[in-house]
Design a protein around this ligand. Structure first.
Ligand code: SF4
Ligand code: SF4
Length: 168
């Protein structure tokens, strides 16, 4: 995992220690140009994501509510060689509003910290922690919620503190 900090205990402890610092950084980012911040975050995220092996972590699969589309349920059923009704019964919860999501936390498909359906994992699984998308500044509060649990988020934010001059 390269030179990045990936020990989940260390990251959780630092999240507690740096709560006030991160609160200041949140306000610091809100005063910056959003497009320029996106360029920086995307650049940092490219290198951090390449240097951290999610298959050795799996921490987000223990705590995220993963929304799933009807098409993804069909894809999963085909992948597992099961029928859609069985997949829905065994793995999926449906909200009153008709939204589907995985019915357990940690996720059913996490085994030995690895995703058993990795090639077929859902769009939301692939997109997390969303640091490749535009609008980091607007989403920063939500991203900070994962600072103490996701090594990618932790390392990107720490580098961003340096590259924005927040921490000189
Ligand atoms: S489907 Fe795989 S990647 Fe997605 S939450 Fe479950 S274990 Fe994690
Ligand atoms: S996205 Fe973050 S929490 Fe999820 S497996 Fe990768 S490093 Fe771990």
């Amino acid at each position: 995992m390269g030179a990045y900090i990936t020990d989940l205990k260390v990251i959780a402890a630092q999240a507690t220690d740096r709560e006030e610092e991160n609160d200041h950084f949140l306000r610091f980012i809100q005063r910056r140009n959003g497009a320029a911040i996106d360029v920086l975050v995307h650049d940092i995220n490219d290198s951090v994501s390449a240097g951290i092996d999610c298959t050795q972590c799996g921490n987000c699969c223990k705590s995220l509510v993963i929304n799933i589309t009807a098409a993804e349920i069909e894809g999963l059923a085909a992948y597992l060689g099961a029928d859609v009704a069985t997949v829905k019964h065994d793995y999926i919860e449906e909200s009153m509003g008709g939204q589907y999501f995985i019915n357990t936390m940690p996720c059913h498909f996490l085994s030995d910290n690895k995703c058993r359906i990795y090639e077929q994992r859902f769009t939301e699984c692939r997109a997390f922690p969303h640091l490749h998308k535009p609008g980091f500044k607007e989403r920063f509060l939500g991203t900070l919620l994962h600072y103490g649990t996701c090594p990618i988020v932790y390392n990107v934010i720490e580098q961003l503190k340096d590259k924005t001059g927040f921490r000189e």
